[in-house]
Design a protein. Structure first.
Length: 344
């Protein structure tokens, strides 16, 4: 347990509104909170955690001095991904602003270069925005939103029929905080929700399938949602065989990671008409290359990895961070600790 006499330096490594910084400062008198917005990138949109920024030599020297003092980081330093372990040797804990940080921690070698550092994710913060994105995509597809907009632009009046969601079966691969939030929201719309995940989750779906029974679940899925992290186990877990098991005309949504899908197989399934459409927030390569056929497919919604971003996101992350700060100071277990081996 940390003693009352111990003091800790918190460095905020991505922009926060001043009132949120003040909330962090009010957590405990033992915290020295460092916030130098002129050394951080100017947000391009609310809750922008990767705003580009170039520092002058004197500014860079100031920033490195702050890193050297930090015991706790709010967010990873986007300007020093490779050499962060060398520049911030005192850091005991990093609170991320993203849920899916496992691949990044491995890629940058933090798991071995910072063996005494704890990493906590923002798991749960993005569940509501992503659930709403899924519902938006479903309604756009099944209620014909794109046709409505096209006809309106052309001043074209022609009656037609669409379909509704009640009683439809939606399958979710990954029933963590995000997948469970999607399940609850879709069940509230009267949908039948089935799902699979590594850890059994029985109370949020109508039927649960163990991972080894994925292929038994897919033929029942009129809509398939992916909300799993990218790990060696999940890489390209949805390929041509899995897509072929879906009923013809099924709708596909990915709010997990692009590497979970065999993207060429997805494109082919859409081209052939086996898949009725897709809503994609993540891709194998980001930004999505201009030459990708996904851009021009009329039945595909392309979102620039922004489905989880909300103007309320930073406030929710600060809520989590403040709770974790109190836990850290009292010696209690932190929420959302990354398992560096499982990568989530």
């Amino acid at each position: 347990m940390h003693t009352d006499a111990a003091r800790y330096t918190v460095l905020i490594a991505s922009y926060l509104a001043p009132e949120l910084v003040e909330r962090i400062r009010q957590v405990d008198h033992r915290l020295e909170v460092l916030f130098e917005p002129d050394l951080l990138g100017t947000p391009r949109f609310p809750s922008d955690h990767t705003a580009p920024h170039t520092r002058k030599p004197a500014e860079e020297a100031r920033w490195r001095a702050l890193l050297a003092r930090a015991d706790i980081l709010f967010d990873f330093d986007a300007t020093h991904r490779q050499d962060l372990p060398d520049l911030a040797p005192r850091v005991q804990w990093i609170q991320a602003t993203s849920a899916g940080i496992g691949q990044s921690v491995k890629r940058w070698g933090y798991d071995t270069r910072m063996p005494k550092t704890v990493f906590t994710t923002a798991s749960g913060v993005h569940a509501r925005p992503l659930a709403e994105f899924v519902v938006m995509a479903l309604l756009m597809h099944y209620r014909g939103a794109l046709r409505i907009l096209r006809d309106q632009q052309q001043k074209h009046w022609e009656m037609y029929a669409t379909t509704d969601l009640e009683g439809r079966t939606l399958a979710i691969v990954g029933l963590g905080r995000i997948g469970s939030g999607i399940a609850r929201t879709c069940r509230a719309l009267g949908m039948t929700v089935i799902g699979t995940s590594v850890s059994p989750v029985l109370n949020v779906v109508d039927r649960f399938y163990a991972p080894e029974h994925l292929h038994a679940m897919l033929p029942q899925a009129e809509m398939l949602v992916l909300s799993v992290p990218h790990t060696p186990r999940t890489e390209k877990m949805i390929g041509a065989r899995e897509l072929a098991l879906l009923p013809r005309g099924a709708f596909f949504i990915n709010v997990g990671r692009g590497a979970v899908v065999d993207e060429p197989a997805l494109v082919e399934s859409l081209r052939s008409g086996h898949l009725g459409g897709a809503a994609l927030d993540v891709f194998a390569e980001e930004p999505l290359p201009p030459g990708s056929p996904l851009w021009e497919m009329p039945n595909v919604l392309v979102s620039p990895h922004s489905a989880s971003t909300s103007d309320r996101e930073n406030a929710r992350i600060v809520d989590l961070f403040c709770d974790n700060l109190r836990r850290f100071l009292s010696g209690a277990p932190l929420r959302n600790v990354l398992d560096v081996e499982r990568m989530y």
